[in-house]
Design a protein. Structure first.
Length: 223
Protein backbone atom coordinates (compact mmCIF):
# COMPACT_ATOMS: atom_id res chain seq x y z
CA UNK A 1 0.00 0.00 0.00
CA UNK A 2 1.30 3.42 -0.90
CA UNK A 3 1.21 6.29 1.58
CA UNK A 4 -1.93 8.49 1.53
CA UNK A 5 -1.30 11.89 0.01
CA UNK A 6 -0.12 14.52 2.45
CA UNK A 7 -1.40 17.17 0.02
CA UNK A 8 -5.05 16.45 0.84
CA UNK A 9 -6.27 19.32 3.08
CA UNK A 10 -8.11 19.05 6.38
CA UNK A 11 -7.20 15.47 7.23
CA UNK A 12 -8.53 14.56 10.65
CA UNK A 13 -9.36 11.38 12.52
CA UNK A 14 -12.19 10.53 14.90
CA UNK A 15 -11.36 10.73 18.57
CA UNK A 16 -9.96 7.65 20.30
CA UNK A 17 -11.44 8.73 23.65
CA UNK A 18 -14.95 7.37 23.15
CA UNK A 19 -16.84 4.91 20.96
CA UNK A 20 -18.99 5.26 17.88
CA UNK A 21 -22.32 5.78 19.63
CA UNK A 22 -21.03 8.58 21.92
CA UNK A 23 -19.34 10.18 18.89
CA UNK A 24 -22.67 10.14 17.10
CA UNK A 25 -24.35 11.63 20.18
CA UNK A 26 -21.81 14.48 20.13
CA UNK A 27 -22.72 15.22 16.52
CA UNK A 28 -26.46 15.08 17.20
CA UNK A 29 -26.05 17.40 20.22
CA UNK A 30 -24.00 19.92 18.24
CA UNK A 31 -26.57 20.01 15.45
CA UNK A 32 -29.44 20.30 17.93
CA UNK A 33 -27.78 23.21 19.73
CA UNK A 34 -27.03 24.92 16.43
CA UNK A 35 -30.56 24.35 15.17
CA UNK A 36 -32.22 25.32 11.89
CA UNK A 37 -30.80 28.83 12.29
CA UNK A 38 -27.36 27.22 12.24
CA UNK A 39 -26.11 29.15 15.24
CA UNK A 40 -22.44 28.88 16.12
CA UNK A 41 -21.88 26.73 19.21
CA UNK A 42 -18.72 26.17 21.21
CA UNK A 43 -17.19 22.80 21.94
CA UNK A 44 -17.63 23.54 25.64
CA UNK A 45 -21.40 23.90 25.17
CA UNK A 46 -21.61 20.54 23.44
CA UNK A 47 -19.39 18.95 26.09
CA UNK A 48 -21.77 20.12 28.81
CA UNK A 49 -24.74 18.78 26.86
CA UNK A 50 -23.30 15.28 26.38
CA UNK A 51 -21.29 15.17 29.62
CA UNK A 52 -17.98 14.35 27.97
CA UNK A 53 -14.57 15.99 28.25
CA UNK A 54 -13.88 19.10 26.22
CA UNK A 55 -10.95 17.59 24.33
CA UNK A 56 -13.01 14.55 23.38
CA UNK A 57 -15.80 16.73 22.01
CA UNK A 58 -13.38 19.04 20.19
CA UNK A 59 -11.78 16.08 18.41
CA UNK A 60 -15.21 14.76 17.43
CA UNK A 61 -16.39 18.09 16.07
CA UNK A 62 -13.22 18.68 14.10
CA UNK A 63 -13.59 15.31 12.36
CA UNK A 64 -17.25 15.87 11.53
CA UNK A 65 -16.36 19.30 10.21
CA UNK A 66 -13.98 17.77 7.66
CA UNK A 67 -16.74 15.43 6.51
CA UNK A 68 -19.21 18.29 5.92
CA UNK A 69 -21.68 17.54 8.71
CA UNK A 70 -20.62 20.73 10.49
CA UNK A 71 -19.21 24.10 9.43
CA UNK A 72 -16.53 25.93 11.37
CA UNK A 73 -13.20 25.31 13.08
CA UNK A 74 -11.21 25.77 16.29
CA UNK A 75 -13.93 24.82 18.73
CA UNK A 76 -16.70 26.90 17.14
CA UNK A 77 -19.09 25.05 14.85
CA UNK A 78 -22.54 25.29 13.31
CA UNK A 79 -24.73 22.69 11.67
CA UNK A 80 -24.30 22.36 7.92
CA UNK A 81 -27.27 21.79 5.63
CA UNK A 82 -26.15 18.18 5.21
CA UNK A 83 -25.80 17.79 8.97
CA UNK A 84 -29.31 19.08 9.56
CA UNK A 85 -30.68 16.64 6.97
CA UNK A 86 -28.83 13.73 8.58
CA UNK A 87 -29.91 14.64 12.12
CA UNK A 88 -33.54 14.84 10.99
CA UNK A 89 -33.68 11.31 9.59
CA UNK A 90 -31.09 9.38 11.65
CA UNK A 91 -33.10 8.85 14.87
CA UNK A 92 -36.06 7.35 13.00
CA UNK A 93 -34.50 5.90 9.84
CA UNK A 94 -30.99 4.55 10.28
CA UNK A 95 -30.92 3.18 6.73
CA UNK A 96 -31.63 6.54 5.11
CA UNK A 97 -29.19 8.17 7.51
CA UNK A 98 -26.46 5.86 6.22
CA UNK A 99 -27.29 6.84 2.66
CA UNK A 100 -26.93 10.53 3.50
CA UNK A 101 -23.57 9.78 5.10
CA UNK A 102 -22.55 7.93 1.96
CA UNK A 103 -23.07 11.07 -0.08
CA UNK A 104 -20.67 12.94 2.22
CA UNK A 105 -18.03 10.28 2.81
CA UNK A 106 -17.65 8.87 -0.71
CA UNK A 107 -15.31 11.72 -1.73
CA UNK A 108 -13.73 12.28 1.71
CA UNK A 109 -9.95 11.99 1.80
CA UNK A 110 -10.22 8.81 3.91
CA UNK A 111 -12.50 7.12 1.37
CA UNK A 112 -10.12 7.98 -1.47
CA UNK A 113 -7.14 6.68 0.51
CA UNK A 114 -8.98 3.52 1.55
CA UNK A 115 -10.02 2.70 -2.01
CA UNK A 116 -6.44 3.14 -3.18
CA UNK A 117 -5.18 0.88 -0.39
CA UNK A 118 -7.77 -1.79 -1.23
CA UNK A 119 -7.27 -1.69 -5.00
CA UNK A 120 -5.54 -5.08 -4.93
CA UNK A 121 -8.09 -6.70 -2.63
CA UNK A 122 -9.27 -6.77 0.99
CA UNK A 123 -6.90 -6.29 3.92
CA UNK A 124 -7.14 -6.75 7.66
CA UNK A 125 -8.85 -3.86 9.44
CA UNK A 126 -5.85 -3.19 11.68
CA UNK A 127 -3.53 -2.85 8.68
CA UNK A 128 -5.86 -0.43 6.91
CA UNK A 129 -6.30 1.61 10.09
CA UNK A 130 -2.55 1.95 10.47
CA UNK A 131 -2.23 3.03 6.85
CA UNK A 132 -4.99 5.65 7.05
CA UNK A 133 -3.63 7.30 10.19
CA UNK A 134 -0.03 7.67 9.00
CA UNK A 135 1.18 11.18 9.73
CA UNK A 136 -1.87 11.94 11.90
CA UNK A 137 -1.78 9.77 15.02
CA UNK A 138 -0.09 6.73 16.51
CA UNK A 139 -3.19 5.67 18.43
CA UNK A 140 -4.63 2.61 16.65
CA UNK A 141 -8.15 3.26 17.91
CA UNK A 142 -8.45 6.45 15.86
CA UNK A 143 -7.78 4.59 12.62
CA UNK A 144 -10.21 1.84 13.57
CA UNK A 145 -12.95 4.36 14.35
CA UNK A 146 -12.32 5.97 10.97
CA UNK A 147 -12.97 2.60 9.34
CA UNK A 148 -16.12 2.25 11.46
CA UNK A 149 -17.43 5.54 10.05
CA UNK A 150 -16.58 4.49 6.49
CA UNK A 151 -18.47 1.24 7.04
CA UNK A 152 -21.39 3.16 8.55
CA UNK A 153 -21.39 5.37 5.45
CA UNK A 154 -21.49 2.32 3.15
CA UNK A 155 -18.14 3.24 1.63
CA UNK A 156 -16.38 0.16 2.97
CA UNK A 157 -17.57 -3.31 3.91
CA UNK A 158 -16.10 -5.55 6.62
CA UNK A 159 -16.62 -9.29 6.36
CA UNK A 160 -17.01 -11.77 9.19
CA UNK A 161 -13.27 -12.45 9.19
CA UNK A 162 -12.46 -8.80 9.97
CA UNK A 163 -11.16 -8.03 6.48
CA UNK A 164 -12.14 -4.73 4.89
CA UNK A 165 -13.39 -4.55 1.30
CA UNK A 166 -13.98 -1.61 -1.05
CA UNK A 167 -17.16 -2.27 -3.06
CA UNK A 168 -16.82 -1.66 -6.80
CA UNK A 169 -19.27 -1.13 -9.64
CA UNK A 170 -18.55 -4.68 -10.76
CA UNK A 171 -20.19 -5.96 -7.55
CA UNK A 172 -23.42 -4.04 -8.08
CA UNK A 173 -26.47 -6.30 -8.24
CA UNK A 174 -28.23 -7.20 -11.44
CA UNK A 175 -31.72 -8.32 -12.22
CA UNK A 176 -31.81 -10.69 -9.27
CA UNK A 177 -31.95 -7.79 -6.83
CA UNK A 178 -35.48 -7.05 -5.53
CA UNK A 179 -37.09 -3.89 -6.89
CA UNK A 180 -37.58 -1.21 -4.23
CA UNK A 181 -41.14 -0.33 -3.32
CA UNK A 182 -42.63 1.91 -0.64
CA UNK A 183 -43.38 0.28 2.72
CA UNK A 184 -46.76 -1.43 2.87
CA UNK A 185 -46.89 -1.55 6.65
CA UNK A 186 -44.98 -0.41 9.71
CA UNK A 187 -42.72 -3.48 9.68
CA UNK A 188 -41.29 -2.93 6.20
CA UNK A 189 -38.59 -0.56 4.95
CA UNK A 190 -38.00 -0.30 1.20
CA UNK A 191 -40.38 -3.24 0.82
CA UNK A 192 -38.26 -5.53 3.02
CA UNK A 193 -38.06 -6.24 6.70
CA UNK A 194 -35.14 -4.94 8.74
CA UNK A 195 -33.49 -8.36 8.97
CA UNK A 196 -33.50 -8.70 5.18
CA UNK A 197 -32.04 -5.22 4.72
CA UNK A 198 -29.26 -5.88 7.22
CA UNK A 199 -28.36 -9.12 5.43
CA UNK A 200 -27.76 -7.40 2.08
CA UNK A 201 -24.14 -6.95 0.93
CA UNK A 202 -22.99 -3.33 1.11
CA UNK A 203 -23.02 -2.85 -2.66
CA UNK A 204 -26.59 -4.13 -2.96
CA UNK A 205 -27.75 -1.89 -0.11
CA UNK A 206 -26.15 1.18 -1.71
CA UNK A 207 -27.70 0.39 -5.09
CA UNK A 208 -31.12 -0.28 -3.58
CA UNK A 209 -31.10 2.92 -1.56
CA UNK A 210 -29.89 4.90 -4.55
CA UNK A 211 -32.75 3.60 -6.68
CA UNK A 212 -35.24 4.31 -3.94
CA UNK A 213 -34.08 7.90 -3.41
CA UNK A 214 -34.17 8.50 -7.18
CA UNK A 215 -37.77 7.32 -7.15
CA UNK A 216 -38.64 9.76 -4.38
CA UNK A 217 -36.62 12.62 -5.88
CA UNK A 218 -34.19 12.74 -2.92
CA UNK A 219 -30.67 14.07 -3.55
CA UNK A 220 -28.26 12.61 -0.99
CA UNK A 221 -25.58 15.07 -2.08
CA UNK A 222 -27.78 18.16 -1.83
CA UNK A 223 -26.37 20.97 0.38
Amino acid sequence: MSHPSDAIPERALPTNRTGMRPQENVLLAAIRLSGPSRLVVKSSQVATEVRLGGETVTECLRFFGTVGLLDGARGRYSASAAGLAWAEVRPEDHTRGRLLLHGLFKDHWSAQAARAALADGPVEGEALAQYLQQGLSSNPRRGMYLIEWLVEALVLHRDRFGRVHAPTDENLPGASMPSPRPPTDGNLILGMNVQRLHSLPTTQLVALLGTYTDMLGIDADAP
